[in-house]
Design a protein around this ligand. Structure first.
Ligand code: G3P
Ligand code: MG
Length: 246
């Protein structure tokens, strides 16, 4: 097995046991000892950065509709917890600022940009990260590398991570185009192997595969030497890492 250096990254919070992307899910991840939190962001109609995976309210709240057509005040009326479990009734869709206020400064936050258009969200995100003193421990990732290029042009010190799926290969061309300005790779775990991971680590990159929930898959990724694992079950991964160092 690997070492206890593998970061436990709570996917949308402790998504397996709490309603995703809510303060309740982030609190549970923290209680379970996560080192980092992954979350997804979009912009509302009135340009507020909110934490939600989908671009509509339909799947994860008791309301429906596109978040791009609603203000933050309207979106805050939605219950984002009850669909998951009655005990989470009253959870709201958080703003990113609310999450920054909740999560201790020593816990890394992986902010994934889901908003597809470039140019509006990025300066707002950087303003918030700077105002909340989060530039050093936030990694911003996106499947669309143009979001990341935009951030790097505005603030070269931003830590950015390339997200990709199995069909996108190793993304080596993209890594080259960023001229080593990439902090981390975020591959679908089904597309990694020991060689790919060690090549990336040798380049000085962090490797954070997603989304690993099965213990045997977690153990394999640890054996490959990944820098962290994005999981819906941070408690499970924490337990596995504890066992490995005994
Ligand atoms: O950031 C890793 C993972 O969250 C990417 O996929 O759809 O869960 O946001 P998704
Ligand atoms: Mg995500």
């Amino acid at each position: 097995m690997g070492t206890n250096q593998t970061l436990v990254i709570a996917h949308r919070g402790a998504k397996g046991e709490a309603p995703e992307n809510t303060l309740g899910a982030f609190r549970l991840g923290l209680e379970q000892g996560c080192d980092a939190i992954e979350l997804d962001i979009h912009l509302t109609k009135d340009d507020e950065i909110i934490v939600i995976h989908d671009s509509t309210l339909d799947r994860t709240t008791d309301m429906t509709g596109s978040i791009y057509d609603m203000t933050l005040e309207e979106i805050k009326k939605a219950d984002a917890g009850r669909w998951f479990n009655e005990k989470y009734e009253g959870e709201r869709i958080p703003t990113l600022e609310e999450v920054f206020d909740l999560v201790p400064a020593d816990v890394m936050i992986n902010v994934e940009i889901k908003h597809s258009t470039q140019g509006i969200l990025e300066p707002l995100l950087l303003e918030l990260m700077k105002r909340k003193d989060r530039m050093h421990n936030v990694v911003v990732s996106a499947f669309d590398y143009r979001n990341l290029l935009c951030l790097k042009q505005l603030a070269p010190e931003t830590k950015v991570g390339l997200l990709y799926d199995v069909n996108n290969g190793s993304n080596s061309a993209l890594i080259d185009s960023f001229e080593a300005a990439v902090y981390s790779l975020h591959p679908n775990y089904k597309g990694i192997d020991k060689e790919k991971v060690s090549d990336a680590i040798a380049l000085g990159l962090q490797v954070y595969p997603w989304t690993i929930n099965d213990e045997s898959d977690m153990a394999q990724a640890i054996d490959y030497g990944v820098s962290g694992i994005i999981t819906d079950y941070p408690g499970r991964l924490r337990d596995l890492l504890q066992l490995a160092i005994r």
